[in-house]
Write a protein that binds this ligand. Structure first.
Ligand SMILES: NC(=O)c1ccc[n+]([C@@H]2O[C@H](COP(=O)([O-])OP(=O)(O)OC[C@H]3O[C@@H](n4cnc5c(N)ncnc54)[C@H](O)[C@@H]3O)[C@@H](O)[C@H]2O)c1
Length: 256
């Protein structure tokens, strides 16, 4: 796939799936602007790795819950030498709170929605406004989850926020279609990294794999391939689509 000359912005860009997405899009020729709440020293070596693909790469420390910080990140990217107005918008930052419905606090609930849904709203809105003002097409990809359509015990805010994210994506797809901006979601199941690696510590890898119909965890690179697929300029008619990649988890009742 040729993404040369395009610029991707990736929230949660220093996380496990975010890094895999950045590498995949850079390998396809896209310049990359990463945003994450982590300090800049954690980005240095990774930016050099991305530049090895002969693309431009930058990092901005920002909190996705802060709409003005998100807008600044997008505008800085647009004016940065070697980058430009982002046309590939990858909303990936996410958190999970392990607390049952009976125990979760309103603060935990609100915080998870602020990151998983509010952050996506701020990022996609600012980026889409900039594209529309400049008459440019673009592609928005949300990193959602199978938890959007399949209840999981003990992570109510995660399930509800990913369900809200999915509907936000479908409304955006309708509103942005006439502007040449498509919207898609990749909905992974259990990925052997990032949030699941932390959230599923009570189970051994063998116990987890025994619950997955295809019998294997997903690697972050597999998520990145699907994100790249939704960024492919040849996919002009894929909008409002959800790419479920969960090894069949949604089809079974063997999970929690
Ligand atoms: N790991 C899985 O099994 C799995 C499965 C389905 C979906 N997902 C989704 O994939 C995405 C990436 O998750 P991951 O597994 O790579 O986890 P991760 O923890 O490795 O990455 C998440 C990144 O988001 C960043 N982040 C968190 N809060 C932020 C904030 N307020 N502002 C800016 N950045 C913030 C973190 O610093 C981190 O770098 C998430 O949206 C998650 O819901 C993950």
């Amino acid at each position: 796939m040729n993404l040369k000359g395009q610029t991707a912005i990736i929230s949660g860009g220093l996380g496990d799936i975010g890094r895999a997405i950045a590498l995949e899009l850079a390998a396809d020729g896209a310049n990359v602007s990463l945003g994450d709440v982590l300090p800049p020293d954690q980005a240095g070596g990774f930016l050099e790795q991305l530049r090895g693909y002969d693309v431009s790469a930058m990092y901005t420390q920002m909190d996705i819950r802060d709409a003005s910080a998100v807008a600044s990140w997008i505008h800085e990217t647009a004016s940065e030498a070697g980058l430009g107005i982002p046309s590939l918008i990858i909303s990936n930052a996410g958190i999970v709170t392990r607390a049952s419905f009976l125990d979760i606090t309103n603060e935990q609930w609100d915080n998870e929605f602020a990151v998983n849904v509010g952050g996506a709203l701020s990022m996609c809105r600012s980026a889409a406004q900039l594209l529309i003002q400049n008459g440019l097409p673009g592609k928005i990809v949300l990193v959602g989850s199978w938890a959007a359509h399949r209840p999981n015990k003990a992570i109510p805010a995660y399930c509800a926020s990913k369900a809200a994210l999915r509907m936000l994506g479908q409304v955006m797809a309708m509103e942005l279609a006439g502007h040449g901006i498509t919207v898609g979601e990749v909905a992974p199941g259990a990925v052997n990294a990032g949030l699941s690696a932390k959230n599923l510590q009570a189970m051994t890898p063998e116990q987890i794999e025994a619950k997955i119909p295809v019998g294997t965890w997903i690697r972050p690179e597999e998520v990145a391939w699907q994100v790249a697929h939704l960024c492919d300029p040849r996919n002009a008619n894929m909008t409002g689509s959800v790419v479920v990649m969960d090894g069949g988890l949604s089809l079974t009742s063997k999970w929690t």
